[in-house]
Design a protein around this ligand. Sequence first.
Ligand code: IPE
Ligand code: IPE
Ligand code: MG
Ligand code: MG
Ligand code: MG
Length: 291
Amino acid sequence: MDGPLHQLEQYRSQIQSQLQLWMPQGDRKTPVMDAMRYAVLNPGKRLRPILMLEMAKLWRKNSELILPSACAVEFIHTASLILDDLPCMDGAEIRRGQPTVHRVFGEATAILAAFGLILHGLQTIHQNAISLGIAKSKIGRLFSSILQKLGIQGMIMGQSLDLQADTLTSSMIPYINYCKTTTLFEIAIEITSTLCKSSKLQLQEALLYVQNLGQAFQLLDDLIDMLGSNILSNKDLQHDQCKSTYPRIYGVAATLENIQNLVEKAMPLLAKDNLLYFLAQDILQQAKKLS
Ligand code: IPE
Ligand code: IPE
Ligand code: MG
Ligand code: MG
Ligand code: MG
């Protein structure tokens, strides 16, 4: 087997070219189209599409069939970052190593680009499911779950609670992190499961994996925000200082212990030579290096 870092690089370059292919195509060159391309094509880790393609592979399915949906999840994720960076939200200056979308294109275009990406992402998932001949009832159930998890029972609720940091109790942090971050990981897995026709057991195991991974991922992100070096980072750090993040409330040692527990809980279904195993271990290694 190629090393995991090499595999990740291969996935990233495959996803980068597929993103160009599945981007919204318009007859006109407009600022909103430029903003969407800018946001999506600047280099991200592509973690969510990688999870989808690797999970399909684990289920012995042809991962190429779900490439449009893997790109669609990245469109939706990118939209969430555009909104998260706005001056009225986190007020970020740098994202993916470049000035944030609103700084380049203005706030109005940034908001429109985010909505455009979400809607285009949803449409792409729908078309992908139809073209694979998935039953309408299954597509309906999938969309009901996607919309719930993007909405007030998921990402929107998480981002809203995140803004009310001063009125929150610390016990709400896992719930906020679940809503704002893990729900999109769950969406990625549910789409993969529907399109690959996985068994219920495979879906349950994969959800357990991403539920733990998602929590650990947000804790690492919060640790990086608190302790990371601005020189090495591709986004603003020391930015969520006024937020009730786990490391700011419970400290670095407790955060590391929590990440360790989550990573251990994510592992049972995975062989050690699996890329999903590596991704979970890597979160722990990065957290250890920082602490
Ligand atoms: C950032 O996501 C937002 C969080 C949920 C922590 P990523 O860290 O995956 O950002 P990109 O896609 O690599 O830019
Ligand atoms: C963002 O969390 C979560 C979503 C975009 C839904 P953060 O605010 O911690 O993400 P970064 O650190 O700006 O990437
Ligand atoms: Mg935020
Ligand atoms: Mg932010
Ligand atoms: Mg952060």
